[in-house]
Write a protein that binds this ligand. Structure first.
Ligand code: SAM
Length: 281
């Protein structure tokens, strides 16, 4: 049993690292209006359902119910992931960071990153980036009237291009530390994530942080469920081991189950097959 999502999966494999979707001649408005008939659920809106948000439609709620039947841990995983993001935001704030770049942001409705950030520093800047035009359209509506928050339609696999996008260039100062959030998204990147994160690190000022969460298959059955469930909608899911995630992130602390960060040890449990870590730049 699978859930088919809109939009169609982005093509796997290398993309031109200098281009944003706009540069490829794609128009956000026309793509979003194609989705307006709501015949297909959207993955990020389905995550919104699981988080208790209201930026979703009947078709997404049906998809969430199907997902829960296939993978009963999915709601706990999504919620634990968000709780990790909130703790990582607070950690970054405690380090004096007031700029946040959220790659693969999903829909910032319930439990949004800008909500977490502005609860501790209302003046902090938050730049959201997502590849899914439907997510970008929803996100822009949700943050309208909040000048500290921007939304960019972009691909995290094109770091230089994302940082040069006008919305980000105009709001974040790359010469000062940035908290880079790559949560729940790197497993949709099938290329060399270590090289990708190296490039991101090179672009960030010293004192920056990278907070990541990542699907890690520990139980073969869980891996099969994850691959089967998500392969149609998101061009497959590449799970990685704790060690691979550790190497890619070059973290100082251990890579632990999201529910255990920051206190868990490296040998800790895999309660949800979903790992989290924060690395220093
Ligand atoms: C599971 S959601 C994660 C949302 C949020 N970051 C969180 O942790 O709850 C994954 C999001 O990543 C986006 N995404 C997937 N590949 C991407 C890419 N190459 N660049 C930017 N966003 C991407 C998807 O469109 C989706 O909205």
């Amino acid at each position: 049993m699978q859930v088919e999502y809109f939009p169609a999966p982005p093509p796997p494999g290398p993309r031109d690292p200098r281009s944003l979707p706009h540069d490829a001649g794609l128009e956000l408005d026309s793509i979003v209006s194609t989705a307006a008939d709501l015949e297909l659920p959207n993955f990020a809106r389905t995550v919104d359902v699981l988080l208790g948000g209201s930026a979703n439609f009947a078709v997404d709620r049906e998809a969430a119910a199907t997902l829960l039947r296939i993978d009963p841990l999915v709601e706990a995983r999504v919620r634990a992931n968000r709780a990790f993001v909130r703790r990582a935001v607070r950690y970054a704030h405690a380090q004096g960071i007031d700029q946040f770049l959220d790659l693969g942001c999903g829909i910032p409705s319930n439990q949004s990153v800008h909500g977490f950030v502005h609860a501790v520093n209302p003046a902090a800047r938050v730049a959201y980036v997502d590849l899914d035009p439907v997510v970008v359209a929803h996100a822009r509506e949700l943050v309208a009237g909040t000048p500290e928050v921007s939304v960019t339609w972009g691909d995290l696999r094109a770091p230089d291009c994302v940082l040069a996008a006008p919305e980000i260039d105009g709001s974040l100062d790359p010469t000062r530390p940035i908290a880079l959030l790559v949560c729940g998204v790197l497993h949709f990147v099938h290329d060399d994530v270590a090289a990708l994160l190296r490039r991101w690190r090179d672009l960030l000022a010293p004192g920056s942080l990278i907070a990541a969460t990542h699907a890690a298959p520990v139980h073969p059955r869980a891996a099969a469920v994850l691959d089967g469930t998500y392969s149609r909608g998101l061009a497959g899911l590449t799970t990685r081991s704790r060690r691979a995630i550790h190497e890619a992130l070059q973290v100082v602390g251990p890579v632990v189950d999201v529910v255990d960060w920051p206190r868990g040890g490296a040998g800790g449990r895999y309660a949800l097959d979903h790992l989290g870590a924060v690395g220093a730049v």
